[in-house]
Design a protein. Structure first.
Length: 122
């Protein structure tokens, strides 16, 4: 049962990555396997590493009035874009940060909507 939920969440997250890529012109994938790898890496970060980072960066979150997780999410997306050659964020330094931030925001919204639509019961 647990494995089915994990696979379903990963499938939803992968669909959210494809939908987000379709929305944004400043972000793109060279091939479908590149998008799948990005979805796997983002899913791994969100499941295992992000909760630890949230605990460690809680003081920064308080000092920035809740804005730091947004920056942390953008930096994680930028790191994954550097690690995966087929995941491209277009533009100069300012626009790359903007597109990565927009990708993170839209990905979060699309993923939440898809999870509500599919109704994953815990």
């Amino acid at each position: 049962m647990f494995l089915q939920k994990v696979v379903l969440r990963l499938a939803i997250f992968t669909a959210a990555v494809f939908i987000t890529d379709w929305f944004l012109v400043g972000v793109g994938f060279d091939t479908i396997p590149d998008a799948l790898i990005v979805a796997l890496l983002l899913g791994f970060f969100n499941t295992f590493i992000k909760p630890i980072l949230k605990i460690l960066t809680f003081p920064l979150t308080l000092m920035t009035l809740g804005f730091f997780p947004f920056i942390m999410n953008t930096v994680i997306i930028l790191l994954i874009a550097q690690a995966i050659p087929g995941f491209r964020i277009f533009g100069d330094a300012v626009f790359i940060f903007f597109w990565a931030a927009a990708f993170g925001i839209i990905l979060t919204v699309v993923n939440a909507l898809l999870e509500v639509f599919v109704k994953i019961v815990d």
